[in-house]
Design a protein around this ligand. Structure first.
Ligand SMILES: Cc1cc2nc3c(=O)[nH]c(=O)nc-3n(C[C@H](O)[C@H](O)[C@H](O)COP(=O)(O)OP(=O)(O)OC[C@H]3O[C@@H](n4cnc5c(N)ncnc54)[C@H](O)[C@@H]3O)c2cc1C
Length: 392
């Protein structure tokens, strides 16, 4: 079984204590009203957890992916599910671009504000309607004009747009037709969202959805948006490899969140199975209820081990492509099995919003699609682990 160090156990209990202030009815209301849980995110910031991976010299926690995974697992497992973990996932990880590729000036200007929660950088704009998972097909264009770039194009599924002060935008500085490698010619920009709105060069429309409603996503249009040239993050034309660089880390963290979701679904189901009595017995005394929960627990435990193996390997600087992809694949499956069985265990109440398990079920379903689909994970395993021909 997985054993955490004393320091990591302390992180778990500190995050659990904070999450205890946000009970089920809070998350039910946020989901019902499609309202971003800003109070929760600000309290996380006040306790230093938003800046978990930001170095201490910039006011952050000075930790790594492993510790961030622990924080996010505990948030999901507290009952918040993905409504909670995905609400702060962006603020914890979108700053990674500045951390890894920003100039010293950029780091000292932005990171302290992001670590304290004074400003939020939690909107990441890559996906476009005509590109989908084929990110190299994006066409949003940023053209240099003197000391700034002019951006035109459209993004979709930009999560947390209005809950964010800044956005990391991925745009083409060279059109796809003009580069020899389709992965070349993309650049990352730090966009000040208030400034973009003041310029009236950006328009956002909320996408109505039925899952993770507390973390809204938007279609965003850019028309002649001016972004200062100094807001380029990293090398001009090298944005795609910078994005790819962060993928394994994101997969490890998403896996931890899915493990947290599986944990809470199992906890709620076990609790209900002990309390609920029909036919003069606890429903948990029936093997038809007990065995699927034992199965869900075994899957969750196994996915959890894989997740933290990948997180440790990442921390040690080892190649984690295989481990991270397999961890996220197994963790999401564990979350889906657990949430499905939690609904079944609750019988009719499984679909009543006051019991939360139907929300966990919806959130587990979404995890197979975003931020990366099961198919794309299997493409990776097929090609890079099994050595099969590239299938797309
Ligand atoms: C709730 C939510 C939040 C999101 N937040 C953000 C965000 O903040 N920022 C951002 O940039 N993006 C975000 N996304 C986008 C997400 O990460 C995906 O990139 C996007 O949904 C994929 O595009 P698509 O939906 O058009 O799918 P498509 O690319 O059209 O794919 C459709 C289906 O075909 C399958 N498929 C496609 N190509 C292949 C292939 N070669 N082999 C096998 N199967 C294939 C896919 O797996 C999928 O099942 C979000 C998406 C959602 C749903």
């Amino acid at each position: 079984m997985l054993e955490f160090s004393a320091e990591h156990q302390l992180i778990q209990s500190e995050v659990q204590k904070l999450c205890d202030n946000y009970e089920d009815d809070y998350w039910q209301a946020k989901d019902r009203e499609a309202e971003y849980p800003m109070e929760f995110v600000q309290e996380l910031a006040e306790h230093g957890w938003l800046g978990t991976i930001i170095p201490e010299e910039y006011g952050g926690g000075g930790y790594d992916t492993l510790e961030a995974a622990i924080v996010l697992e505990e948030i999901a497992a507290s009952g918040a599910g993905f409504s909670g973990s995905m609400a702060c996932h962006g603020a914890m990880f979108v700053p990674r671009s500045i951390l890894n590729y920003g100039t010293e000036e950029m780091k000292s200007t932005y990171l302290p504000k992001l670590a304290s929660g004074e400003k939020l950088l939690q909107c990441f704009a890559l996906t476009e309607p005509d590109a989908g998972y084929d990110s190299t097909s994006i066409s949003t264009r940023a053209e240099r004009d003197g000391d700034h770039y002019v951006v035109n194009g459209q993004k979709t599924w930009c999560s947390r747009f209005y809950a964010s002060d800044y956005m990391v935008l991925v745009a083409r500085t060279t059109p796809r037709e003009e580069v020899s490698k389709k992965t070349d010619g993309m650049t990352l920009f730090l966009v000040d969202i208030d400034d973009a709105l003041e310029q009236e060069a950006v328009e956002a429309r909320k996408i109505e959805k039925s899952i993770r409603r507390a973390v809204p996503s938007y279609e965003v249009w850019f028309e002649d948006l001016e972004v200062p040239a100094e807001n380029v993050i990293g090398e001009v034309g090298d944005g795609f490899s910078q994005v790819m660089d962060g993928l394994n880390e994101e997969r490890v963290v998403i896996a931890a969140e899915a493990v947290g979701l599986a944990r809470v679904a199992i906890d709620r189901a076990v609790q209900y199975a002990k309390e609920r009595e029909v036919f003069d017995r606890q429903i948990g005394a029936n093997q038809a209820i007990q065995h699927p929960l034992a199965d869900a627990h075994a899957r969750m435990t196994s996915a959890r081990n894989l997740t933290y193996q990948a997180a440790r390997a990442f921390k040690e600087g080892r190649d984690v492509g295989e481990a991270a992809n397999i961890a996220v694949y197994m963790a999401r499956e564990a979350a889906s099995k657990a949430a499905d069985q939690a609904v079944q265990t609750h019988g009719g109440y499984g679909v009543a919003t006051e019991y939360d398990v139907e929300r966990y079920y919806r959130e587990a379903r979404l995890s197979h699609i975003a931020p990366i689909s099961d198919e794309m994970i299997k493409n990776y395993i097929g090609e890079h682990v099994l050595g099969l021909p590239r299938s797309y």
